[in-house]
Structure formats: C-alpha cells, structure tokens
Design a protein around this ligand. Structure first.
Ligand SMILES: [Zn+2]
Length: 412
C-alpha cells in the first residue's frame, strides 16, 4: 500500500477522544469548542501534509495544497467532523481523515499537482442542532435559505450566535463562497451506513448516486367522540386512516423486490391522545426515497391516490405539507470509472450501490461532478456509538481514494 495504514489508525484513535461518550461513542456538535478542538487536531495534520489551513466564515475547516497552476478549478475532497448527539467514530470523520492521509502520502512522495487540492471538513453536515443540515457545503455554493441564521438550537442559541462564538463572521459569507466553475470535482469517502457491503462481504463499494428524498407532513382530521359509545359505522377515526396510510407507504415501497426504494413513517402525533377519546386528528411524517426519479414520481402519485381514497373511506379531511424534495443525484461516470479501475488494481471486487442517506456530496453535486467511495460498516449500524468500520477497510478505502485522486490529476 502507498498510504500509511498505521498513521491513519492513529489519527482515527486521536480524533475519537474528542467528544468521546462511553467506550466507542462520539458527541461532537457543530460549532462548539469540541468541533474547534477537532479542527485544531485535523488542521495540524493538514499542515503536516503541506497544506495551508483556514476556517472560513461558514465554519468549514479547509486545507489547501497549492497546485502549480492555482488558476485551475480545484479538486475538492472531504466530509464532516461534527457528529450526531449519540453517534459513532467514523461517520464523516472517515471522509476527512482518509483525505488527509491521501495528501500526506502525496507530499511524502514529492507530488505537486498541477491543480490545487482542498480537503474540507464541512460545518454542520448532521443538521440536528439547528434542524437543518449540509450547512457548510450549501454555504460555499451560495445555497443557504432565508432565515437560516435565525434557527435556534434547544438552548435557544441562534445559528448566527453560534457562528460568531465559533469565530465566524456571517456578514462576510460571500467571501467564503466558491464561484461557479471553480470546483473541478468533489470526492467523498464515507462509511456506507447500511448493510449492503457487510452482507456481501466486500470492504469497498462504488457509489452510483444519492437517492432523492421526499419528506411530507400529513395531517388527518376526523371527529372526536367517546370510544365507548360512538357506533363503529359512523366513526371518523383519523388513527385508522393513518394506520392504513402507513401500510400503503410500506406496500408501495415494496413493490419491486430488491429495488432500492425506501418508504417510512417514523413519527406520529395524536390529538388529544386520551385512551377513551376517538382521536380528532393525527399528524405523521412520510419519507420516500428512490434513486430512480421516474419510479419515485410514479410511487408518489400512487401514494397520493391511496391517501385520498383512504381519507374518503373514513370520512377524513387531510392536508399534506412538503418539507423537503430533492432529486436523486448521480455520480459522474468518469469518476466511477476511475474508482472502479483503482479497485481492480487492488484486486477488490467492489459492488456498485446507491446512497440512501444524503451527504455533503449532495450539495456539491449541483456545482461539479462528484464521486463517492463507500467503506463497509459492521451490520450497517450508524448514528449509534456501535458504528464500526475496521481500520483495514478504512486503509483500503484510502488507498482507493489515493489512486482515484491520481487518476483525476492525470486526466488533467
Ligand atoms: Zn456523514
């Protein structure tokens, strides 16, 4: 191997001490002293790799290795060092530390690339603190939405205040933005966060794309009444409607065996939630994702028809509000080819798979071509202190990333 696997392992071990919870967990919220500590540590490694280091006004940590021709669009790599409140050691961290290892190896080998290379740890990928993620990666592309700085965390701290406390200046965002065309491509290595590679006993996967989620909030309204007296035939029970819709979501997402479609109802609120009142209303969320947009559109239509029919059947009214709609985003064929070639060179049989969760690469996909390398994680467990990828697999992924970067540079 060209990269240094034991150095990589040491970096993971050192990083996992920052915000450590329990034996193997991490709690490293975005824009906190813990994340600053992580930035200081990773920034030191970036400097050792010959990179200049800065934190921009969105709170992104950026290491840059100047190319011989700095005017060329930059090759960008990275992920995030913030974690879920009850998270693991590898989600996001892998994409940053493996990229730093690639750069250290390049510098050790005396490679000065023609185009500049940047490694970024993006601010607030996870999104739980302010209920909106991909902050840093959307930020550098000028894609923040109205009112984002006024979002508050559970302690009432606004995003604006958190940024100021972190040393960022929200009035200077535009200076941290990347102009259209200034990013050549984006590479992200990430743990799979699903069981596909582990079940296939393959350490590395080539990502084909990131599936697009539709997030809805559905409100069903019926008629409250005494559970002991209202005869069954005249009830307007939104809970029964919700139950049928939940089943419909599950059936629709299951239509094609083996397809990557997923559909879930994961939250539900009932009003007034008394055991002897037939509910008056029921509110729940739907999450429908697919990598195939045409199929997702078809399923969306089916679901709307089912919701309408179910509500009619139970004499309910309903309201659907859309919280998120994002199209599937496909990885660039030429980058997939480079990753595949590198896997072949390493005698790896790397399956192709899509990503159900989104990543910083989703934001970058609107600005440049992108590619992703997945590393197997045990039992597909993630967003959980039990999340685990072996250092052998992470080293392999880093070796693939190293080769991919050389391929991108060679291509010019
Ligand atoms: Zn992540």
């Amino acid at each position: 191997m060209k990269i240094n696997a034991s150095r990589l392992q040491q970096h993971f071990e050192a990083m996992s001490l920052i915000g450590k919870i329990g034996e193997t967990g991490t709690c490293r919220p975005t824009m906190t002293t813990l994340e600053k500590e992580a930035f200081t540590l990773a920034g030191g490694w970036m400097k050792e790799a010959g990179m200049s280091v800065r934190i921009d006004d969105f709170g992104n940590l950026i290491g840059r290795l100047e190319g011989r021709n700095p005017a060329l669009p930059v090759l960008m790599m990275g992920s995030h060092l913030d974690s879920q409140p009850y998270g693991g050691r590898f989600d996001g961290v892998a994409g940053v530390l493996c990229a730093i290892e690639v750069m250290t190896t390049m510098t050790e080998n005396g490679i000065q690339p023609e185009r500049s290379i940047e490694v970024i740890s993006f601010a607030d990928e996870e999104g739980w603190r302010f209920n909106k993620g991909l902050f840093g990666s959307r930020g550098i592309l000028g894609k923040l939405e109205e009112g984002e700085l006024n979002r508050t965390d559970k302690d009432g701290i606004t995003r604006r205040q958190a940024l100021l406390d972190f040393g960022c200046d929200p009035t200077r965002f535009t200076e941290s933005e990347y102009k259209p065309g200034s990013i050549h491509c984006f590479l992200e290595l990430h743990i799979e966060q699903g069981p596909v590679l582990d079940m296939a006993a393959k350490p590395i996967g080539v990502v084909t794309g990131i599936s697009g989620p539709i997030w809805w909030t559905v409100r069903l309204k019926g008629m409250a009444g005494h559970t002991g007296s209202v005869p069954m035939p005249i009830r307007k029970d939104p809970m029964v409607g919700a139950a049928e819709i939940i089943m419909a979501v599950n059936e629709i997402a299951n239509q094609v065996p083996g397809a990557p479609t997923v559909g879930s109802v994961a939250t539900i609120q009932v009003f007034p939630a008394s055991r002897n009142i037939i509910p008056e209303s029921c509110t729940f969320t739907i999450d429908l994702r697919d990598i195939d947009l045409e199929r997702r559109n078809r399923y969306e239509k089916q679901l709307l028809d089912r919701i309408d029919a179910i509500c009619k059947k139970h004499s309910l009214t309903y309201e659907i509000s859309e919280d998120t709609r994002s199209d599937p985003r496909y990885c660039a064929d030429w980058i997939k080819d480079l990753i595949r070639t590198e896997c072949k060179n390493l005698n790896l049989d790397a399956p192709e798979l899509m990503s159900g969760p989104f990543h910083d690469a989703l934001a970058l996909s609107y600005a440049c071509d992108y590619g992703m390398i997945f590393v197997r994680c045990k039992d597909g467990i993630s967003h959980n202190p039990l999340e685990y990828s072996s250092y052998e697999d992470l080293a392999l992924g880093t070796e693939v990333l190293y080769g991919t970067v050389q391929g991108v540079l060679k291509r010019g």
